[in-house]
Design a binder for this molecule. Sequence first.
Ligand SMILES: O=C(O)CCC(=O)C(=O)O
Ligand SMILES: [Fe+2]
Length: 201
Amino acid sequence: MDLFTNNATTDNLLPYDGEVIYHGILLDTNEADHFFNALMQKIDWYHDKSVIYGKEITTKRKVAWYGSKDFSYTYSGFTRIATPWIEELLALKQLIELYTDSMYNSCLLNLYHSGEEGMAWHSDGEKDLVNNGSIACLSLGAQRRFDFKHKQSAEKKQFDLPNGSLIEMKGETQKHWLHRIAPTKKVTEPRISLTFRQMKS
Ligand SMILES: O=C(O)CCC(=O)C(=O)O
Ligand SMILES: [Fe+2]
């Protein structure tokens, strides 16, 4: 064991054109359960909307948008206004800032009720976000798989996201790679992801 390095991991999981860092499991099962239950109850969850081929659709997955001020975030054709932080989100934000050595002013939360719900291929490169900023994603509940696909080469990478774990995307990741949470029949339990973000302000 090297006693002179801290917990910070810097190993890049992507082969090129971006950085994805897995920071490991930050919360044990009890802590993760505690936050999962608190967030289930306290967050103002709503079904997300998007426009696909000109048609408005409502997702089965639920989302919520929180921040340090009333940031407007426009993605998938709709603008959302951030809700002020609650205690639990502030505590998790602080923890995640320690691990990633970055600061976040907002968080998009996702609630997947089961493996039947996922998120299609996309990248998070909206103009509202700091260019090449960091997005830190904390997972609570059921383990899901996180897929990456390079926009030009179509090379794929897959990572597991266990309960209580933190993964970070930064650098040119959003410019060159798509990511998704694939639907799966194998998972029947719910999962919450907290994606802490850096909005321009
Ligand atoms: O649920 C996840 O881990 C990923 C969510 C995601 O890609 C997003 O919110 O943009
Ligand atoms: Fe994303």
